[in-house]
Structures are given as structure tokens and as C-alpha cells.
Design a protein around this ligand. Structure first.
Ligand SMILES: NC(=O)C1=CN([C@@H]2O[C@H](COP(=O)(O)OP(=O)(O)OC[C@H]3O[C@@H](n4cnc5c(N)ncnc54)[C@H](OP(=O)(O)O)[C@@H]3O)[C@@H](O)[C@H]2O)C=CC1
Ligand SMILES: CC(=O)C(=O)O
Ligand SMILES: [Mg+2]
Length: 564
């Protein structure tokens, strides 16, 4: 008889059928006599919560995942908003910075520039070749806003993949965290005797590209069903490798495309509210990007579709967007610009550089201010108040990670706009009591997008990831708010609903893939939307409620339970 359980994320709506677990293999004496699974779950949470420091919580959960990944994912799904700040941003940032010091066990694939010419044999070392479906690949060169961490970037790949498992039900054994080691330009790590990576400066782009060509080819041969997510490459290489491989392999860049999609989604919901309050049409929004790297420009590119879907031409849409970098307003007459900034460089301004954010705000008069600058506190009280003076409901999204680099806090944004702000940040902030009500911050983080986008791309066996698929993921997310969430003033759904949302996103992504004919699993084309949603849900891996007795007895038997 199958066991029917109510999954933790469904509020009792969805029923989950699970195959019966193999009978436990108790070996009398190897486990405590009253070990009970439910009590053990509570024990795990008690152990987690007893840790004072977030990094200790991270280490505890990392060990729990290794020892009993069913329990880890079960608790993760049950306590999503408590777990994500630990296994993901902000704590994963610290875990990266301290990776070489806290390292305990191998947990992914390391491929270094020294492996050039023999990458194939390194990939073949992976124990579960046939299972591989999704890999998050970083080179550690720009981890969150923390800079070049070299091989210490591995936990970002691990963290993102944990969210694939928790958020989209990807099988744990189908995930491959990869950190590429091209050296590091951070002297602190080169001088650190415990540093785990190559002790050399980063190689030049030509050599890196030769490596990447070999790497991508060998990945496609070794893992024919694999989708690759590029993560936290420095901006120049992020754009370079996305363009180089996107039509050749199933690959996307999370910082450019995933971030673009998640911010477009939150912006759509915010812009509707803002326009309703101001009486100004949606097409009149003016969006200022503070930060013009891979994330800033990626979001700007994605926001173009907001304006074009509203009926503007490409040229008109581009004119709704302004960029600011470390030199101030980005405009063509300023001089030589990096390639990724040229498209949005303003052609209608030719005066002296405008460097100060307050002066830029005065000049642009934006309705929305997006922070992707890695600059903590850049949205000062004066800047936030200026946004409030310009707009009845200003849109302010400080999106830099981790939380210490956020351009402003939620509390400051609420206080300095007298509670009127439409807010989303990259890392989580707590809800705030405000004048007898509660204000909820949005989390505009690509974690809402990549699990569903990846799941859809994997299930449709896509040959490539198209712009339309990314846009579909964004619109799917924007439309996923429940009436209760709208009532609460949320711009993004509650993270506890991530599985339901990922399934909806996956369906939208599969349909977009079918329209572009990049789907190789063409059987799905004949399904109705309802059938497709059921198919997607049916494919999701679920943690089992395993008798702890069995788990621990297996461990005592020396059976390897560790999964990624
Ligand atoms: N919320 C989310 O889901 C995501 C958030 N992010 C966050 O976005 C941030 C940026 O990432 P990425 O674009 O790749 O990084 P980059 O370092 O490539 O870009 C940073 C940008 O900010 C500009 N900048 C730096 N300092 C200042 C300053 N004082 N004033 C104005 N502009 C400044 C830089 O200018 P210049 O070009 O002149 O150097 C550059 O354009 C990171 O913190 C990252 O964590 C990224 C992906 C997803
Ligand atoms: C969230 C993310 O991908 C980043 O900050 O880089
Ligand atoms: Mg990233």
C-alpha cells in the first residue's frame, strides 16, 4: 500500500504518493532504543537552533545533508524561510569566504586549468555519470558581491543545487556542483596556507576560453542530459561565455538571466501598484540601475520586455532605462565604455559626468531604483527620501548580496518613505511592524526562478535555453501570487510555496521551449496544460520519511548515504 502524505509546502492541498520504504534493518544495539523519526526531526531542529552563529548552523546543516539527506530536505521544505538564509544568501557568502578553513569533505567536482587537455578524465571521475541532469558551474571570480574568492566559491554551487532539490524536486544524485580553478587574484587567499586552490594569479582570457571550449564539449559528451548553469563569473566572462555557448549547449547564466527574470517579475507587480497610485501609465516608468555589471545589465535587458509587452518599440523601451556605474551616469559621450554597457548608454545627455547618486536622481527622476552595485548603504536617507518625493509609491530594490552589501535595509526604506516603499532585496530582511500593520519585504532573488527554469529545461530535454523560456519563467512567477499574498502587499510569493511555483514555472518554460522547437522530449507537446502540470509534479523527487532507526543502522553498516 502506498503511503499518502501531505507535503509540507502544500498547506494540505496537494497529496503526495510515496512508495513504501524498504523495511528497516534494525540491528539491535546499534541505535538508541527509543529513536523515533518525528522526535528525531524535532531533535535536529533543536540542534540547529541551539547554534549561536549562522556559520555553525551552516556547518551543522551541511553535515546533516551528508548524513541523512532525506531528513535535511524534509526539514528544509518544512522550514524554508528559516533554512534559505543559512544554506543560501547571506550565510553561504561567509561559508565561501571560510571554505578553505572549514573544509571537511569533498562535495563536488573541481576542475582546474592544469587539467586542460585532459578534462574528459576528470569528468569521468564523477560517480553518477548517467544520473547527471543539472550542474551549477562557478569559477569563483565574483561570488555574490564578495569579489574573487577563487576555489572558495564551491559552496555557491552547492547551495544553489540544494535549492534545486528543495525548490524543484530535482533528484539529489542528479546534481553536480562544479568549481573551476583558474587561480585567484585575491592575495589574501594566495598567502593563506590553508587555501585549497591553485596558488597562482588568474590566467588570461585566451587561455581560459580554450579551457572553457574543451570543458563545455567534454561536459556534453560525459553528461548528455545535463543542463549547465553558469554562476558568479566576473561580468566580462559572464557575458562572453553565455554568448559563446548558448546556441550550442543547454546553458544559461543565472546572474544575467535568472536575476533578470526574477526582477522583471517583481517589477511587474510593483509597477502595477505604483502606476495605480500615481495614475501614470505603465509605459511611463523610468528605471535607474545603480550598478552596471552582469546583474544590472542582465536585469535591464530583461526589463525591456516589460515595456515592449506594454506596446513600446525597442527604441522607446531602451529609453526608459538609465545605468549608473562607479563613474556615475553611463552615457556615450562619457568616453570608452565596456561592451556590456554600450546598449543602454544614454545618447540624450552630453554634459559633464554626473557622479553623485542624488544628482543622478534629480536628473533622471526615476520611478524605480535598482541596486546591483555591491555597495552597502549606497541608498542613503537622502536618496530614499528623494525617491519618495518623486513618487507616491517609489519602487526601491536593493538587490546586492549578501545582506551586508545591500544598498539599504528594509527598515530604512520603510522609515524614509513613510511606509510607502515597494521593496525587494537580494537577501532576506525581516517583516516590520509599521503603524499598526505589518510590512513584508520582497526577496528579489534568482532562487525563485532557477529551480523552475531548470526543471522545465531538464524535463523538456532542451537543446538550448532561449530568451522566451527565461521570459516565460518570469511571467509565470509574476502571475503566481495568491489573492492573500496580494492582500498582504507582497511582490513575490511566500517561499514556502516554492515547489508549487516551480511547477508552474516549469510548465511555462516547457511551453516556450516547444514553441521555439528546442525541446527534445517532444512527447510532452501533446499534453494539455493540466496533464503537463501533473507530469511535472510527478517528476519531482520528494524526501522520504525514513525510520531513523534504519538510517542510522545503515550508517553503522557503512552504507554511504551521502548525496548532493
Ligand atoms: N538579487 C539577486 O538575485 C542577484 C544579485 N546579484 C548581486 O548583484 C551585485 C552585482 O553583481 P555583478 O553585476 O555581477 O557585479 P559587478 O561587480 O560586475 O558589477 C557591479 C557594478 O556596480 C558598479 N559599482 C561599484 N561600485 C559602485 C559605486 N560606488 N557607485 C556606483 N556603481 C558602483 C560597478 O561599476 P563599474 O562597472 O564602473 O566597475 C559595476 O557596474 C552583487 O552584489 C550580486 O550579489 C547578482 C545576481 C543575482
Ligand atoms: C543571488 C546571486 O546569484 C548572486 O548574488 O550572485
Ligand atoms: Mg550569482
Amino acid at each position: 500500500m502506498p503511503i499518502v502524505l501531505t507535503p509540507y509546502w502544500s498547506n494540505g492541498v496537494q497529496k503526495l504518493k510515496m512508495a513504501p520504504m524498504p523495511p528497516p534493518r534494525p540491528k539491535h544495539g546499534l541505535t538508541p532504543p527509543t529513536l523515533d523519526d518525528e522526535v528525531h526531526a524535532a531533535r535536529c531542529m533543536q540542534q540547529l537552533r541551539s547554534k549561536d552563529k549562522d556559520i555553525e548552523k551552516y556547518i551543522y546543516l551541511s553535515m546533516l545533508k551528508e548524513q541523512d539527506h532525506h531528513m535535511f530536505y524534509r526539514l528544509c521544505l518544512q522550514h524554508m524561510s528559516e533554512f534559505t538564509p543559512i544554506i543560501y544568501t547571506p550565510t553561504v557568502g561567509q561559508a565561501c569566504q571560510e571554505y578553505s578553513h572549514n573544509y571537511r569533505r569533498p562535495e563536488g567536482l573541481f576542475v582546474s586549468i592544469k587539467d586542460k587537455g585532459k578534462i574528459k578524465s576528470v569528468l569521468r571521475a564523477w560517480p553518477k555519470i548517467d544520473e547527471a541532469r543539472i550542474s551549477v558551474v562557478t569559477d569563483g571570480s565574483r561570488i555574490l558581491g564578495l569579489g574573487d574568492l577563487g576555489i572558495n566559491g564551491m559552496p555557491i554551487s552547492i547551495g544553489k543545487l540544494s535549492l534545486y532539490v528543495a525548490g524543484a524536486g530535482i533528484r539529489p544524485e542528479s546534481t553536480i556542483p562544479i568549481c573551476l580553478d583558474f587561480g585567484t587574484n585575491t592575495q589574501k587567499y594566495l598567502d593563506d596556507p590553508l587555501y585549497l586552490g591553485l596558488r597562482k594569479k588568474r590566467v588570461a582570457t585566451t587561455e581560459m576560453t580554450e579551457f572553457m571550449d574543451e570543458f563545455m564539449l567534454e561536459m556534453s559528451v560525459a553528461f548528455p542530459k545535463l543542463l549547465v548553469q553558469f554562476e558568479d563569473f566576473s561580468t566580462d566572462h559572464a557575458f562572453l561565455y553565455l554568448e559563446r555557448y548558448r546556441n550550442q549547449y543547454p546553458v544559461f547564466n543565472d546572474d544575467i538571466q535568472g536575476t533578470g527574470a526574477v526582477v522583471l517579475s517583481g517589477f511587474i507587480n510593483a509597477a502595477r501598484l505604483s502606476s495605480a497610485a500615481s495614475g501614470r501609465p505603465l509605459t511611463s516608468h523610468r528605471v535607474l540601475f545603480f550598478g552596471a555589471g552582469s546583474a544590472g545589465v542582465g536585469v535591464a535587458m530583461q526589463l525591456m520586455s516589460f515595456f515592449t509587452l506594454e506596446g513600446l518599440s525597442e527604441q522607446e523601451a531602451r529609453e526608459r532605462i538609465w545605468l549608473v556605474d562607479s563613474q556615475g551616469l553611463v552615457y556615450t559621450a562619457r568616453g570608452e565604455l565596456a561592451e556590456h554597457k554600450r546598449y543602454f548608454a544614454r545618447r540624450d545627455y552630453t554634459g559633464p559626468p554626473i557622479k553623485d547618486l542624488l544628482d543622478v536622481l534629480e536628473y533622471v527622476k526615476p520611478t524605480a531604483l535598482m541596486g546591483l552595485s555591491t555597495t552597502s548603504g549606497a541608498f542613503t536617507q537622502a536618496a530614499i527620501q528623494t525617491m519618495a518625493a518623486l513618487n507616491p509609491l517609489p519602487i526601491i530594490f536593493p538587490l546586492s548580496n549578501p545582506v551586508a552589501l545591500s544598498e539599504c535595509t528594509f527598515a530604512d526604506a520603510v522609515r524614509h518613505t513613510d511606509g510607502k516603499v515597494l521593496f525587494a532585496s537580494g537577501s532576506p530582511f525581516h517583516a516590520l511592524p509599521w503603524q499598526g500593520t505589518t510590512r513584508y519585504p520582497g526577496q528579489g532573488n534568482n532562487m525563485y526562478i532557477f529551480p523552475g527554469l531548470g526543471l522545465g529545461a531538464i524535463l523538456a530535454r532542451c537543446a538550448s535555453v532561449t530568451d522566451a523560456m527565461v521570459e516565460a519563467s518570469s511571467l509565470g512567477l509574476a502571475n503566481s501570487l495568491t489573492p492573500e499574498e496580494v492582500e498582504m502587499g507582497l511582490l513575490y510569493p511566500q517561499i514556502e510555496r516554492i515547489r508549487e511555483i516551480s511547477a508552474q514555472i516549469a510548465v511555462a518554460v516547457i511551453r516556450a521551449a516547444q514553441e521555439a522547437a528546442v525541446d527534445r522530449h517532444t512527447d510532452l507537446r501533446a499534453m494539455s496544460d493540466k496533464e503537463l502540470l501533473a507530469f511535472v509534479n510527478g517528476k519531482m523527487w520528494n524526501p522520504s520519511v525514513r525510520p531513523a532507526l534504519s538510517t542510522l543502522a545503515e550508517r553503522a553498516d557503512g552504507v554511504l548515504l551521502s548525496q548532493y
